[in-house]
Ligand binder design. Sequence first.
Ligand code: URA
Length: 185
Amino acid sequence: MYETWEELEASIKQCNKCKLCQNRTNIVFGTGNKQAKVMLIGEGPGADEDKEGIPFVGKAGQLMNKALAGLGLNREELYIANIVKCRPPSNRVPEEDEANACLDYLRNQVLLVKPSIIVLLGSTALKNILGKEYGITSARGTWIEKKGIFYMPTWHPAALLRDENKKIEFWNDLKEVKKKMQEFI
Ligand code: URA
């Protein structure tokens, strides 16, 4: 556990705990408000994120930003990170050893941010944070409280690009998040 953001980021920049380090251009550490009430957790960087070193800057991210802005949730108010910090080849799902090697970094980020709410974007985030027994189709849209943190699983924004029907559910889930935020002001 690192006490400072600088130490944590420096250690990830040098990380070679899994094979994803071999092809990275940049680590994608995380971005946003380091004292955010709400944290968003995705899966892992894609090509655009690997190039820029910032999460959710590609097509899926732009769609997510639009939804957030539509609800008056500025992306800069939130903290955004991923399960893995380096891009999996061909955007495949991170393998178990890769996710496990990286999870302590994310736990460290959660400890530093101290969010009240965590939005889990898609199955990879859900299963790695709350457990393999959860499925995104049945868990999405429902609050799950653990150790004082309220978790809201929802679709990964990339799923919305493949299936238009998921957009309304994603929107409704984010609306729930906005409502819940009022409890923590
Ligand atoms: N998909 C993710 O899960 N994370 C990103 O940062 C970009 C795309």
